[in-house]
Design a protein around this ligand. Structure first.
Ligand SMILES: CC(C)(COP(=O)(O)OP(=O)(O)OC[C@H]1O[C@@H](n2cnc3c(N)ncnc32)[C@H](O)[C@@H]1OP(=O)(O)O)[C@@H](O)C(=O)NCCC(=O)NCCS
Length: 414
């Protein structure tokens, strides 16, 4: 160790260019130790002008990046920074370098007029101190195929066909967008994202979980669902023992949900079916005769930071008309701190103004991040002492205003 904590000022932050971005992002490999080099596919979506590095002399020792996203929020969408590529070289940890990069990045996000920042955290403890709150949940399960029996079996109403990547490029994005605009937490994907990060298969991923299949569900002459899954074949002395991993299953109608899952649970030579990054709650919890057989587990998915409170509150709609005075504590982004009066009209839109009125609810910026998309209610946070109710009945009013359906979900890793 050559430096004491709190000496981050010794590590100036610079912004990358297209020519320097790989060099600027190099500390990531050191930070993650076992993380392989980001593949060419991943580099295609990097935005060099949003990648920063902290330098020790002429050497980049820490990096952070952001992607320009449109995030679905209840009733609309908002500009959001998708924070990614965060890592500090092990030899430079705990000197405040991450803190100084977060400062730089959130100021930049604000300057770009993005009211939200979102991220997937390697460890949840890292980002809460910077005002991020847990905003969506993910489920995963693994079920023995022979136990995956529907409670109310019904003949399929549509058909499933397999397509290649080029054909999928014409079908998957539009179905995704139909689901996306209705589902808080989903992000718009560019064409490059679709081709290279969603639909493309790599040798490395194929080696781990088998080849990637792209399935389209059609009924009544229309595409109503898509599924991306892998099948890893296996054989033992009792016969076939293949494993299927459902990576993304999207449906725009109830029959597509039911028929696609029925199909995925009945692929020949497969004995175990697993799903990752799945919505919570999951349709199979309601479709199966024995939902406990899923061994369903829930984990944290995206963390959300409200970067600009009035703009963020005005970007979403509200479940009913009404008013709410929020007192927000935000030491890391002090421009958000204070009292904000939200008035939601008959059309669901909210008007937000600073106020001196008594607060209905008092909470930290991170807790607003946890309630913003609708995953957690104000009353959930109050039960663990994170939200304080200032006026009688305010929690129920806040819950009703911020309620969202369907449950927020983000299946895009970045
Ligand atoms: C996590 C990481 C980026 C932190 O970088 P760093 O420069 O050491 O962090 P800082 O010194 O700026 O610490 C800022 C604060 O976060 C805390 N912190 C840092 N890493 C933490 C962790 N993994 N868990 C909990 N708290 C952590 C520090 O204690 C410090 O707290 P304080 O403000 O109360 O003093 C770095 O350890 C790393 O690269 N880890 C491996 C890769 C990784 O997980 N990246 C995140 C990808 S989402």
């Amino acid at each position: 160790m050559t430096d004491a904590p709190g000496t981050a000022g010794r590590y100036p932050i610079r912004t990358a260019t297209a020519e320097t971005m790989e060099w600027f992002a190099a500390p990531l490999n050191l930070a993650f130790a076992e993380m392989p080099d980001p593949g060419d596919e991943e580099r295609r979506v990097w935005e060099p002008e949003r990648i920063i590095a902290a330098f020790d002399g002429e050497q980049p020792v820490a990096t952070a990046g952001a992607l320009t996203f449109r995030l679905s929020v209840p009733g609309g969408e908002a500009a959001a920074a998708g924070v990614t590529l965060v890592g500090v070289s092990p030899a430079h940890r705990r000197r405040g370098i991450l803190r100084s990069m977060m400062r730089h990045q959130l100021d930049d996000v604000r300057g770009r007029g993005e009211s939200l920042a979102i991220l997937w955290a390697s460890e949840g403890a890292i980002y809460q101190r910077f005002g991020y709150g847990l905003a969506t949940l993910n489920g995963s399960f693994e079920i023995a195929r022979d136990r995956a029996v529907f409670a109310r079996p019904a003949p399929p109403e549509g058909t499933v066909r397999l397509v290649d990547r080029d054909a999928a490029m014409d079908i998957f994005p539009s179905l995704y967008d139909r689901v996306r605009v209705q589902t808080p937490g989903m992000v718009a994907r560019s064409e490059t994202w679709w081709r290279w990060l969603t639909l493309h298969d790599t040798d490395q991923a194929r080696g781990a979980n088998g080849m990637k299949f792209l399935a389209v569900y059609e009924a009544g002459g229309d595409v109503e669902g898509t599924a991306i899954y892998r099948v890893k074949p296996d054989w033992d002395d009792r016969g076939p023992n293949g494993r299927l991993v459902a990576m993304e299953v999207l449906a725009s109608t109830p029959r597509a949900t039911r028929d696609l899952w029925s199909w995925l649970l009945n692929v020949d030579l497969v004995t175990q079916v697993r799903a990752v990054r799945a919505p919570v709650p999951h349709p199979l919890q309601l479709l199966l005769a024995e939902p406990r057989r899923l061994g369903f587990t829930v984990g944290d998915a995206i963390w959300l930071r409200v970067v600009d409170v009035p703009a963020a509150l005005a970007a979403r709609t509200y479940g009913r008309p009404g008013t709410l005075v929020l007192e927000v504590r935000d030491p890391f982004c002090p421009w958000n701190a204070g009292r904000w009066r939200l008035a939601a009209g008959e059309d669901g839109r909210g008007v937000v103004e600073p106020t001196t009125a008594m607060p209905d609810v008092t909470l930290d910026a991170g807790d607003l991040g946890a309630t913003y998309l609708g995953t957690f209610r104000f009353s959930d946070l109050a039960r663990v002492g994170r939200v304080v109710e200032g006026t009688a009945g305010a929690l129920l009013r806040a819950d009703a205003l911020f309620a969202a359906a369907p449950a927020p979900w983000c299946g895009t890793m970045f």
